[in-house]
Unconditional design. Structure first.
Ligand SMILES: *Cc1c(COP(=O)(O)O)cnc(C)c1O
Length: 404
């Protein structure tokens, strides 16, 4: 394997984002391939027994076993670390594997975790159900309530978890404020940055210690593969996260890592176009008087617009809307759409819409759903790369058919 300039952090960190997305982290084999190679291998052979011993002792550079590291996954990790501005990254099989590995490696029985309440359903499971099984206590707070954050910390608080904007309510958390508070209390902050993507928001710059992604979403961006990533500093990685993931094995497949590498090459273009489309769709939906509300962080009428725009360079690709007559009307509206698919994924080239109360958040108890505003009339729309006018016409037609 030959190092390309893509591997020289002194050089690549000076590159602009678009160059980093295309060339960061690239290694090249003696074949001189332009597209990154897929190293579909579980193990590695050594020239001699001494080399094997030296590699296991950490005295010789190189690979030993793909649970520990794989060259294709390593390229994906190096590119992710570069674009996020993180010292290091490790990839995982899914976004939930990244969340779970990050949280479990930071806590032990007797510790306490603080988390924003508006979370993706499975993230909420990790905080609320999984951690307590191992003796870890938690406090959930309204992410916008600064006093609630202040009150939540205890002597044994070791970690904070937050999602911003949150799935599917789009609630925004002030990352800098929470990080300041957490660090005063010697706690580590983990930010789920899936909705914002690495293009729009940089939590590490705002003080976060760990950023997690579901690469399944915008990073793949074409609905093909599952994947995830954990980004952090060297100390946290080596002391806490690496021992956990090396021994428990939540690894991404080399093939999926390769798909993600290819996805990164066009991430900036896609996210920018999606944000532009989402903004146009949000404006058009806001003109339909029958919806109770249309929430889009990029619009001035979004409750936390100022904070959202302070933290993100654009409004994102996801919006939420609310029909007045509950589930029946929500389903009627979904069923009347011709172009937009009923699907619970996000960040895809194809526009996708879902009814969170009956899908992504069906496993969250009803009272907990209502507490964060996931009511029967709520819909989440992930805007894709189609022409925005076709999407707008599809939504207008469906709204008319559903009596909105
Ligand atoms: C999808 C998603 C996840 C989980 O990612 P998977 O790749 O599906 O495991 C975590 N957090 C948020 C905000 C998500 O949207």
């Amino acid at each position: 394997m030959k190092k390309t300039t893509g591997q020289n952090r002194d050089v690549t960190s000076q590159w602009r984002l678009q160059t980093q997305l295309v060339r960061g982290g690239t290694w090249r084999s003696e074949m001189g391939e332009t597209s990154e190679s897929i190293f579909m291998t579980s193990g590695y052979a050594y020239d001699c027994a001494e080399d094997a011993a030296a590699r296991f002792a950490g005295e010789q550079e190189g690979y030993t076993y793909s649970r520990l590291r794989n060259p294709t996954a390593a390229m994906f990790e190096d590119r992710m670390a570069l674009i996020e501005g993180a010292e290091v990254a490790r990839s995982t099989a899914t976004g939930m594997a990244a969340v779970t590995a990050a949280m479990l490696s930071l806590v032990r029985a007797g510790d306490h975790v603080v988390s924003s309440r508006a979370l993706f359903g499975s993230c909420r499971y990790v905080i609320e159900t999984l951690l307590p099984k191992f003796g870890v206590e938690y406090t959930l707070v309204d992410g916008a309530d600064h006093e609630a954050w202040q009150r939540a910390f205890r002597k044994n608080t070791v970690a904070v978890f937050l999602e911003t904007p949150a799935n599917p309510t789009l609630d925004v958390v002030d990352i800098e404020f929470v990080c300041g508070l957490a660090h005063d209390n010697h706690a580590v902050v983990v930010v789920d940055n899936v909705f914002a993507t690495p293009v729009l928001q940089k939590p590490l710059k705002m003080g976060a210690d760990v950023v997690v992604y579901s690469a399944t979403k915008h990073i793949d961006g074409q609905g093909r593969c599952l994947g995830g990533c954990i980004l952090t500093n060297k100390i946290l990685l080596e002391e806490k996260i690496l021992p956990f993931i090396r021994n428990t094995g939540p690894n991404i497949s080399p093939f999926n890592a390769w798909v993600m590498l290819k996805g990164l090459e066009t991430l900036d273009m896609r996210v920018e176009r999606m944000c532009g489309n989402a903004s146009k769709v949000a404006d058009a939906l806001s003109d339909i008087k029958g919806f109770d509300f249309v929430k889009y962080p990029g619009r001035k009428d979004f409750g936390q617009h100022e904070l959202a725009m302070k933290q993100m360079s654009m409004g994102g690709s996801i919006l939420s809307l609310h029909v007045p007559k509950g589930r029946e009307q929500a389903f009627k509206f979904l069923n009347a759409l011709d172009i937009i698919d009923i699907s619970n994924n996000i960040g895809d080239a194809k526009s996708l819409i879902t009814h969170p109360a009956s899908t992504t958040h069906a496993s969250v108890a009803e009272e907990n759903r209502l507490e964060i505003g996931i009511t029967e009339g709520l819909l989440r729309l992930s805007v894709g790369l189609e022409h925005p006018d076709d999407l707008i016409e599809d939504l207008q037609r469906a709204a008319y058919k559903a009596g909105i």
